[in-house]
Design a protein around this ligand. Structure first.
Ligand SMILES: [Zn+2]
Length: 470
């Protein structure tokens, strides 16, 4: 396998192929999620979905195909997606009278229904979500998980009577995303607000998580958009309030996508393969029995007994015939299985097993009767170590600049995020992009503007992160 440090992008595509997470197809930019990556996605979906339901969000399903006239109804929104829309123009041999878009996102088809369903303040809030695929025919270089033409995501579309209620939802949703990312994927992110230029097409503002990849380029994670009344006015999503007055509703949308799998792989993997955080790993513990003909029966019986004993965890036994234990160790490392348990005839006699951590490579012999204590302790330690390492890397990838020269130097040497003052003008944002190729990833929450705009030198209104990004 390629060295991750020296050639990140080749390492990345190689690790996905070799570990069996994904594969290419005959359709450019569209990948297969093989069972190993789909299991990770299912786990992520289950955790996010459970939390959505707890706060009152319900799941639904809207059609894949969107009539052209509907998609063109909200101009700003349509302009944002038009170049990437794939169209169905024929059925069998005959042309369709009205072309149908394969959903790039579902605002318009959902809001057309919302307008029919919402009549009174008693119909609100309406908080729906769907877990679906979308197609965005991007022309940038496709990369499995990180940028694919078809991907999977959650699409939350909620409607409220007041702006205050709608905006209050942002914290609920971002907290859910952060919880699952940090505690399952072991991925830290920078939470903040997009600039107007970079916000979602049709939104009033967008809030995002921004991540860093090992090549020090930024990549956007989950997002939340407050749409104000932009869509409700266009789609006539109106209701009679308590005073019998007609009002336009306030709306939000939010998403987490299969891109997170790619960010997780890129962040934690090493030159031996994947390194999966225990809480998201399809297999948390792999038992590798080591035996000869004489000890086979006993060793396998003990392995089975351990698997049953550890039934609170996702435990597999690698009892495949025709492979050496050494080959199985490598395979378990390639697949990033967090914890390996080795058991052989000598261990049987001594009532011991060997535990090997995937993240640090540390090997330790323990007494068999300590297994029930050691396994959860090690899994917790691995989970924490992966997050801490990723957090340290993220923190170390944030630099400060007070002027354009400093900003340029950092972007060409250290790379990563450059934290700088910004006056808020589009002209300065464009100018930085022209001069350096960096965009504003977001404006992190909790930072107070001070000093000058990195571009024009006027007083800064915001603290922005500038970065080259995916
Ligand atoms: Zn400026």
């Amino acid at each position: 396998m390629k060295a991750k440090k020296e050639n990140f992008s080749e390492w990345y595509t190689e690790v996905l192929q070799e570990s069996g997470l994904s594969d290419y197809t005959k359709v450019s930019g569209c990948i297969v999620f093989r069972p190993y990556s789909f299991a990770i996605w299912e786990k992520l979906v289950a955790e996010v979905d459970k939390r959505f339901k707890k706060i009152g969000i319900k799941n639904c399903y809207f059609p894949l195909l969107i009539p052209k006239n509907l998609l063109e109804k909200e101009v700003e929104h349509f302009k944002g997606f038009a170049p990437e829309v794939a169209w169905v123009t024929k059925t069998g041999g005959s042309d369709l009278d009205e072309h149908l878009a394969i959903r790039p996102t579902s605002e318009v088809i959902m809001y057309d229904s919302y307008a029919k369903w919402i009549r009174s303040h008693r119909d609100l809030p309406l908080r729906l979500n769907q877990w679906v695929n979308v197609v965005r025919w991007e022309f940038k270089h496709p990369t499995p998980f990180l940028r694919t033409r078809e991907f999977l995501f959650n699409e939350g579309h909620t409607v409220f009577a007041t702006k205050k209620e709608a905006e209050a939802e942002s914290k609920q949703i971002l907290d859910i995303y952060q919880d699952v990312q940090e505690n399952y994927l072991a991925l830290p992110g920078i939470r903040g607000k997009k600039s107007d230029k970079e916000k979602f097409a049709g939104a009033e503002y967008s809030l995002t998580f921004e991540h860093i990849l090992p090549d020090k380029k930024a990549i956007q994670g989950p997002d939340f958009h407050h749409d104000g009344q932009n869509f409700s006015k266009m789609f006539k999503i109106q209701f009679l309030d308590q005073n019998e007055k007609m009002q336009f509703a306030y709306q939000n949308t939010f998403a987490i996508t299969t891109r997170q799998i790619g960010i997780m792989v890129a962040t934690h993997g090493d030159d031996k393969g994947l390194v999966l955080p225990p809480k998201i790993a399809p297999t948390q513990v792999i038992i590798i029995p080591i035996y000869d003909n004489k000890s086979k029966k006993q060793v396998l019986a003990k392995a089975k007994e351990m698997q049953e004993f550890l039934s609170d965890f996702r435990v597999e036994i690698d009892n495949r015939e025709g492979y050496t234990p050494g080959w199985k160790f490598h395979d378990a490392e390639l697949k990033g299985i967090p914890l390996r348990v080795e058991i052989g005839p000598r261990d049987l006699a001594n009532k011991t097993v060997v535990l090997a951590r995937r993240d640090t490579g540390e090997k330790k012999e323990i007494k068999l009767n300590k297994l029930g204590k050691e396994v959860p302790a090690k899994l917790d330690a691995i989970q924490k170590n992966l997050f801490d390492k990723a957090k340290k890397f993220l923190d170390e990838s944030i630099h400060e600049a007070n002027n354009m020269d400093a900003l340029k130097i950092i972007l060409n040497t250290e790379k990563g995020f450059v934290r700088a003052g910004w006056c808020g003008s589009r002209a300065c944002e464009d100018d930085v992009k022209d001069k350096t190729g960096a965009k504003i990833t977001n404006m992190p929450f909790g930072l107070k503007a001070k000093g000058k705009c990195v571009d024009c030198g006027k007083p800064a209104k915001f603290v922005a992160h500038f970065a080259k990004s995916y």
